[in-house]
Ligand binder design. Structure first.
Ligand code: BG6
Length: 487
C-alpha cells in the first residue's frame, strides 16, 4: 500500500447529507480515510440537508449507514471517533433557511480547507452556489464539488455551468466522474506513460479495434425516478465510458497537471467522429430489460421496476465510435453498457491486428490476435493474450495464453473505493481526476444528435431478457464487422 500522506485540516460540507450517495459512498469513504489516519480529529464533516434532525439523530443515521456499507471494516470504536467529527445543520439549499447558522458554524474556522460537496439534484447546484457566495461562504480555500449528471443535454449542462460559474471560479470547481478515481483507471495512465513497450503499438497500424464494456447486474434499485429521465446513454456512456475512451486514446500530456491532462482528453472528445442520423441504425443499439434471471435469481423487467406501464428509456446501449486522428484513423471503438446483464464487469479490450499470414499447418489451430485486457472491476488487473505452443509431444498445437497481472495479488492490499481518492484530492486541491467545464460540454455536444433524434422520434428500445448480454442486435452490431464481443 502506498504511503498515506495526511491532508490539511478541513470542514467538509455535504449537501444532500441524508441521501443515498452520502450514506452509500461519501461517509464510508471519509470513514476509511479517517481510519487510515489521512486526517484526524481536527477535521469536521458538516452534514447539511432539509430534514429536521439533531446532531445525535444524524450521527445515529450515519452509524447505520456505515454499518451497512463499510461492512467488514466497521470497527465500533473507530466509528465512534469518526462520528464525533460529524455535525448536522438543517439548511434549505435553494432557500434562505439555515444559512446563517451554517455560516456561523463554518466561520469558527475560516482558514481551514472548505469543500462543499453538492450531493443533490443538479438543478440545485446554481442556487446553492449563489447562497454560498451571498452568505460569504466562499473563502480562498473553498472548493465546490459537483456530482454527475451535469445536465441532461448540452443546453442544460451549459445552464448549470453558467449558473455555478457565475459565482465560483473554475479553479475551485471539482466535477466528479467517479470512474476517474478507480485505481485501474489511473493505472491506464501508468500503463501508457510509465512504460515504453506499448506506445509504439498504440495506434491504427497495430490495433484492430477497442472494446469498452461496463456491465452491471443491478436494475434501477429504487432510483427509477432519476434513471427513467436519463437512461444508459446519459447515466453511463456520456460520462464514464467517454472518460475511459479519452484516457485510452489521448496523447501524452506534457505533465500530470490538471489542465495538461484535461487538455489532452478534450482533444479526444473534439476528435470523435460526429454522429450522423443516417448511420444510427447500423452503429447504435438501444435495449430495455424484460423479466429474466440474474445469477439464478428471477428478476422483474424494467417497466415493472418502475411501477409504471410505459417508458422508452434505454437500460442498455451499444455503439461504435471513431476518433478522427492520425493515431486512431478508422479504428472502431465498440462501447456497451447496460443494467441487468449476466455479470458485473468493467473491462477494456485492446485487440491487436491478426498476423498477416500463417506458417503453421491447419491442425496447429487458428491464430488468435493478441489482446490486452484491462479489467477495472472486479478482480482488477491486466492480461496480455499471446499465442503459445501447447506443451507435450503430440504435435504442434497453438493456443492463446495470458500473461496476467492481478493488482490485488501483486500489491496485497484492499482496493480503495474511487470516492476515497477523489474526496481527498478535493482537499488537496488536485483537479487532475476531475472534469473541466469544456470536457463536459464537448461530451454532451458529441451525443447531442442522438439525444435529439430520440426526442423527436421516441422509439421503444429493443427488449432483452434480464441476465442476457443485451439485445441480439448488439451482437450483430460488432459481428457485421467480422468481430465479436470478448466474453
Ligand atoms: C453511477 C450510475 O454513476 O455509476 C449508476 O449513476 C451506476 O447507475 C454506477 O450503477 C456504476 O458505478 P460502479 O462504480 O459500480 O461501476
Amino acid at each position: 500500500m502506498a504511503k498515506i500522506v495526511p491532508v490539511p485540516q478541513f470542514d467538509y460540507v455535504v449537501f444532500g447529507a441524508t441521501g443515498d450517495l452520502t450514506m452509500r459512498k461519501l461517509l464510508p469513504s471519509l470513514y476509511h480515510r479517517f481510519r487510515d489516519r489521512q486526517f484526524d480529529d481536527r477535521c469536521r464533516i458538516v452534514a447539511a440537508a432539509r430534514t429536521e434532525i439533531s446532531d445525535d439523530g444524524y450521527r445515529a443515521r450515519a452509524e447505520e449507514g456505515l454499518r451497512q456499507f463499510v461492512k467488514a471494516d466497521f470497527d465500533a470504536a473507530t466509528v465512534q471517533d469518526f462520528l464525533r467529527l460529524v455535525v448536522y445543520n438543517r439548511v434549505d439549499g435553494a432557500g434562505e433557511e439555515g444559512w446563517p447558522e451554517l455560516m456561523e458554524r463554518l466561520n469558527e474556522r475560516p482558514d481551514v480547507v472548505r469543500p462543499y460537496y453538492l450531493a443533490t439534484s443538479p438543478d440545485l447546484y446554481g442556487p446553492i452556489c449563489r447562497n454560498i457566495e451571498a452568505h460569504g461562504g466562499l473563502t480562498p480555500k473553498s472548493r465546490v464539488v459537483l456530482e454527475k449528471p451535469i445536465g441532461r443535454d448540452l443546453a442544460s449542462a451549459r445552464a448549470i455551468n453558467d449558473a455555478v460559474g457565475a459565482v465560483v471560479p473554475e479553479a475551485q470547481l471539482f466535477r466528479i466522474d467517479h470512474y476517474l478515481g478507480k485505481e485501474t483507471v489511473q493505472n491506464l495512465m501508468a500503463l501508457r506513460f510509465a512504460n515504453t513497450i506499448f506506445e509504439r503499438l498504440w495506434n491504427a497500424d497495430m490495433i484492430d479495434h477497442v472494446q469498452i464494456t461496463v456491465a452491471e447486474t443491478v436494475g434501477v434499485e429504487g432510483r427509477g425516478g432519476y434513471y427513467d429521465r436519463s437512461g444508459a446513454m446519459r447515466d453511463m456512456l456520456q460520462n464514464h465510458i467517454l472518460q475511459l475512451l479519452c484516457l485510452l486514446a489521448m496523447e501524452s500530456p506534457v505533465s500530470l497537471d490538471a489542465d495538461a491532462v484535461r487538455d489532452e482528453k478534450l482533444k479526444v472528445l473534439r476528435a470523435l467522429r460526429p454522429l450522423v442520423p443516417s448511420e444510427f441504425a447500423g452503429t447504435i443499439v438501444r435495449g430495455q430489460y424484460t423479466a429474466g434471471a440474474v445469477n439464478g435469481q428471477p428478476v422483474a423487467g424494467y417497466l415493472a421496476d418502475l411501477g409504471d406501464g410505459a417508458s422508452t428509456t434505454e437500460t442498455f446501449i451499444a455503439m461504435k465510435a471513431y476518433v478522427n486522428t492520425w493515431r486512431w484513423a478508422n479504428v472502431p471503438f465498440y462501447l456497451r453498457t447496460g443494467k441487468r446483464l449476466p455479470q458485473k464487469v468493467s473491462e477494456i479490450v485492446i485487440q491487436f491486428r491478426s498476423p498477416p499470414f500463417t506458417i503453421f499447418p491447419g491442425e496447429a489451430g487458428n491464430l488468435e490476435p493478441n489482446r490486452l485486457l484491462i479489467r477495472l472491476q472486479p478482480e482488477e488487473g491486466m492480461r496480455l493474450e499471446m499465442m503459445t505452443k501447447e506443451p507435450g509431444p503430440g504435435g504442434l498445437h497453438l493456443r492463446p495464453t495470458g500473461l496476467d497481472i492481478s493488482f490485488e495479488k501483486a500489491f496485497n492490499s484492499r482496493y480503495p473505493d474511487a470516492y476515497e481518492r477523489l474526496l481527498m484530492d478535493v482537499v488537496r486541491g488536485n483537479a487532475t481526476l476531475f472534469m473541466r467545464r469544456d470536457e463536459v460540454e464537448a461530451a454532451w455536444n458529441w451525443v447531442e444528435p442522438l439525444l435529439e433524434s430520440w426526442e423527436d422520434k421516441p422509439e421503444t428500445p429493443r427488449p432483452y431478457a434480464a441476465g442476457s448480454w443485451g439485445p441480439t442486435a448488439a451482437i450483430a452490431l460488432i459481428e457485421r464487422d467480422g468481430r465479436t464481443w470478448y466474453e
